[in-house]
Design a binder for this molecule. Sequence first.
Ligand code: HEM
Length: 409
Amino acid sequence: AGAAAGIGLGAAQRAGLLGQDTGSADAGSAGENTAETPVGARAEPYYGLRQAGIDTLPQSFATFIAIDLSEDTQRETVRRMMRVLTADAAKLTVGEAPVHDQEPELALNPSRLSVTFGFGARVFEIVAPDRAPSWAGPLPAFGIDQLEDRWNDGDLLIQLACEDTVTLAHAQRLLLKDVRGFGSVRWVQNGFRSVPGAEAADPPSMRNLFGQVDGTVDTQPGTDEHERIVWGRGDGAFEPWITDGTSLVLRRIHMNLDTWDEADRPAREDAVGRKLDTGAPLTGTKERDEPDFEAVGTLGFKVIPEYSHMRRARHPDDRVRIHRRPYNYDLPVSDASGLAKAGSSSGGVSDSGLLFASYQADVNEQFVPIQRRLDDLDMLNVWTVPVGSAVFAIPPGCAEGGFIGDVLF
Ligand code: HEM
């Protein structure tokens, strides 16, 4: 019940925060999700100042899709495409079938579906070159990267997230039908976390496939810190590329579960600086305890090791933060990409990892410096390899009758 109540709050809180009318009569149910609302009937507001799927309490399943636009794509083509996509996404998120839906019954349970669109560098080249964020395009190269082109880049992002995989698959198919005349699918990446109620904590702390509690120290939607980090509001530390827009960096990070199997529990806990059972820092007992980075053990070494992921991921300038919304992925080994590279000695059983989704107002000022620190030193690098990387500008939301990206036209 805790998790369910949290879901209702998430939607209502966001709407309240933005002072936003949660929209049309269609979207009337959105924001009213309560513990009693069946999962299938829960809806997230679609129209509004900001796109859903970022401040939204993470749904259990997510699919990230990158589209390459056709060579001959014109400004007007993008406008037409975004109009169609927006209209269909708006309907699907409130449980209504778009007119061309050939399986309309599959559209009836929105299950908190959110659809978030993002633009790669090429969309700006076509539509509004002078509006392109300084960070549009690929990230700088990092030493740890073993990127494979099949997971990189893309012109248009469609990020779907939902509590139900059937609803999600249907929404994916419809939106892909919408874009098929405009370009081709570059990659599709599916991810999952525990479903509501599976974890006791409220809100549920996600566990990744290393077994670690993942997401403890992160910005909380609705707080001043989150507004500053994700949306560039507040003290002006970070400028968003556009008001109520933000950015997504999606890193596909292979996690070598086979070599991880060979690490004992103390080594695993030292690698992050947190305990595996509770997620507490090595200097504490509860997940949310404040870590003591200065504490020293009997041998004179820091209790939270210098090389630990937690210490390295925390930028010394405490304004430099990101908002994480990661999903696990797990594929059969026949699809494996990085097993041999990551030094598996025992023969791979799975191709697993994280779809590391990071949202921030400014990619260069926030994501990049943190990733640089982890590139320089992070014990987790022994078991993890970034195999894909993509950067998208997330445009603001839109009003009914408008379309996502209309601010660029
Ligand atoms: C913290 C796992 C990649 C940034 C953590 C924690 C875990 C974790 C278990 C501690 C609990 C928490 O606060 O969430 C992983 C795994 C990764 C990965 C398994 C790769 C497969 C990354 C990357 C970045 C990053 C690529 C950024 C470029 C952070 C940050 C924190 C964190 C900012 C919070 C640090 C703090 O305490 O201030 N990660 N992470 N992580 N991670 Fe990662």
